[in-house]
Design a protein around this ligand. Structure first.
Ligand SMILES: Cc1ncc(COP(=O)(O)O)c(C=O)c1O
Length: 373
């Protein structure tokens, strides 16, 4: 699905040099390079504060911890995402309220958020799934009207842009009260291990979260609240610092690969290529995910396996059906779109090193499948 070796080869000398510097300095935790990365990411995003942390799941958890919520408070989120989004809500004793997705974009449907709001609702977590930003203007309006916090889960969409109502464009993850991301190796900005970051324009929330990621410690060995240990290590920061310089180029390559896929697959009537909600820079294609109609998804997957073409099913179930979470929901609730889409989605290889000939081979194989099935 990704070619991290191919990508590494092109930046090897820079990455190796930066890693060696960290080894020489022996400043493995909270070294100056972490601060440097923080500043560079802040500039890239155009946000006031960046707090690096250990991974994207911690980023979400710390963000929620900083809001001062009480047990049982409700947090609205999508029904269709990676586990972390719901896991942290449940771990903190909060109540996840799931909202169905828009079947075209796979993102939370803002129109369905409104009637899930109660007096206990405190926050909304939209997830910019597969790299496409959610309809943030609508979400922010609902949040403002109902005095709700917004935490953008931007793990899959770092670098995607959102056009605000006044037509200016800003980076996804910087619109809500807090944005979070992951530097898992396969992400658009991936380290060579785990990593994550939290962003906010609020100095108060930033101060609080800097304490929470460091055991709730605001003065050395004085713990004002229960926190966690969540740090980005210096070696990861050094690698990410190099790769951040290429993030725009990397995202452009993903968009170009998606355009190439689209032009070759659009003629297949039983496939729906990704729907673009807004301008081309609103989707940075963490995944290139198509919908396969007429119940043929699993058969296509089998066929791709026989050709040794990698693929991913993100995700096979909505949260309401997952064993770990399902007891928290009323099963009579209708997650119509999620229930349809989960059996249709399949993600094709998507990365910065994808060549035209690889895309040709993948698309010709898909065409071969549909001409025989
Ligand atoms: C939407 C989403 N949220 C959160 C995460 C969690 O990130 P991490 O794996 O760094 O904990 C991921 C990563 O897979 C993700 O895709």
């Amino acid at each position: 699905m990704v070619d991290l070796q191919g990508q590494y080869k092109k930046i090897r000398w820079q990455v190796n040099r930066e890693i060696k510097k960290v080894l020489k300095s022996a400043a493995f935790i909270n070294g100056p390079i972490v601060k440097e990365f923080e500043t560079n990411l802040k500039d890239f995003l155009g946000t006031k504060n960046v707090i690096p942390c250990a991974n994207g799941t911690d980023a979400l958890q710390v963000a929620l911890m900083s809001l001062g919520l009480d047990k049982g408070d409700e947090v609205i989120t999508t029904n269709f995402s990676f586990a972390s989004t719901i896991e942290v809500i449940l771990l903190l004793g909060l109540k996840p309220i799931l909202v169905d997705i828009d079947s075209k974009t796979f993102n939370i449907d803002p129109a369905m958020i409104k009637n899930r709001i109660t007096s206990r609702t405190k926050a909304i977590i939209p997830v910019h799934l597969y790299g496409q930003s959610c309809r943030m203007n609508e979400i922010m309006e609902i949040a403002k009207e109902n005095k709700l916090f917004v935490i953008e889960d931007n793990a899959q969409a770092l670098g995607s842009k959102v056009k605000l109502s006044n037509s200016t464009k800003v980076m996804s993850g910087t619109i809500g009260d807090i944005g979070t991301t992951s530097f898992f190796p396969s992400k658009n900005l991936g380290g060579y291990g785990d990593g994550g970051a939290i962003f906010t324009n609020s100095d108060d929330l930033a101060f609080k979260m800097r304490g929470i990621v460091n055991h709730g410690m605001y003065k050395r060995y004085y713990h004002d609240e229960i926190g966690v240990n969540s740090r980005l290590d210096s070696i990861q920061a050094a690698i990410l610092n190099v790769k951040l310089k290429y993030l725009d180029i990397y995202n452009k390559r993903r968009i170009a690969a998606a355009t190439e896929y689209n032009s070759r697959l659009e003629s297949i009537s039983e496939i729906e290529t990704p729907y673009l909600e807004s301008d081309s820079d609103s989707h940075v294609f963490h995944q290139y995910t198509i919908k396969v109609k007429n119940g043929k998804r699993d058969k296509l997957a089998e066929f791709l396996s026989s050709k040794e073409i990698p693929f991913g099913i993100y995700y096979p179930l909505g949260f309401h059906e997952q064993k770990a979470y399902r007891n928290n929901f009323n099963q009579s609730e209708n997650f119509e779109n999620t229930n349809i889409v989960k059996d249709q989605v399949i993600s094709l290889p998507m990365h910065t090193e994808l060549s035209k000939s690889q895309i040709d081979f993948i698309c010709n194989s898909i065409k071969e499948f549909f001409s025989n099935n």
